[in-house]
Design a binder for this molecule. Sequence first.
Ligand code: HEM
Ligand SMILES: [Ca+2]
Ligand SMILES: [Ca+2]
Length: 323
Amino acid sequence: GPAPHMVKRATCPQGQTVEDAKCCVWFDVLSDIQTNIFNNGKCENGVHKSLRLAFHDAIGFSPSLEAGGSFGGGGADGSLIEHSDVELLFAANGGLGPTVEAQRTAALTHNVPFGDIVQFAAAVGLPAGLVPGPGDTVDRILERMADAGFSADETVDLLASHSIAAQQGLNTGIAGSPLDSTPDVFDSQFYIETLLKGVLNPGPTTGFAEVLSPIPGEFRMQSDFAIARDPRTACRWQALGADHALMSSAFRAAMVKLATLGNNRSTLVDCSSVIPTPASAPAPPTIPGGKTLDDIEGSCAATPFPSLPIAPGPTPTVPAVAV
Ligand code: HEM
Ligand SMILES: [Ca+2]
Ligand SMILES: [Ca+2]
């Protein structure tokens, strides 16, 4: 049967049953943001930015800074909205402003908190430098993630987010260049394509922390390139690339942890049933057209890269998305 916190105990005014009557307002928030932030529920810029915002809000959480007597950040506390005057100035949060404002409007409309009120008092500013950067070494990224409580595997799991992602700040000349060939589909392609040999620059100039890409139009950042090939992370990376079901379940588990960082989970109300059920599974993982297994830089010492089907036709040019 369902876990105790998932037992539905309340009926909302519109007839839905939920875990707790406190969840009902989130149906109103849901339809508001589907319409006003997600362009009628499309996996586009509003969704991409909102996911990135969730990471940047939550990862401002450092037990080691706190132990040293400094403010360690409040974790997933809505500080990016509450203290947008401070936090939007951090370089890592570039491009997030419009989403922060749209979410503020929705929160105020429905009278829901930006984040946990207890965390708010402490979260007067997210210490800069807590969000990993695309030019950081794998050592530094894994250390920072470990400080916030994430293993190397969980760090890889969270990067599934880069399957629905584009860059705009690293190379402004090609703003909207996606990180995989299917930026509107949450699939395994990101993990496969980051392992392909880099052969080209997608733009006329090279951006910050940009490394050679395998596919015209696709952007590859240094940190993704390096994490895909590091002995500590390469096997997990490859495993998620070959298995969408594993990728989804691993991402879900790591995202629950991220979304509640800095909060006491026993004090939170679980409203999972408000989240719509995802549409059907995406197309199975493939090696992009025009490439072969020989183009994959297999980096997991223990296991060779699996032989995946190759998409028909020549190597595609990945179109830019709106950002
Ligand atoms: C661990 C190290 C990570 C690094 C170094 C990193 C870095 C970046 C960078 C530099 C961009 C491009 C930003 C721009 O130019 O506009 C980006 C985009 C993005 N990141 Fe990450 N990221 C990391 C982890 C994560 C995690 C854990 C999540 C979510 C759980 C996430 C979600 C996203 C999303 C959704 C985008 C696309 C935003 C858009 O399309 O506008 N990232 N990331
Ligand atoms: Ca925060
Ligand atoms: Ca994708």
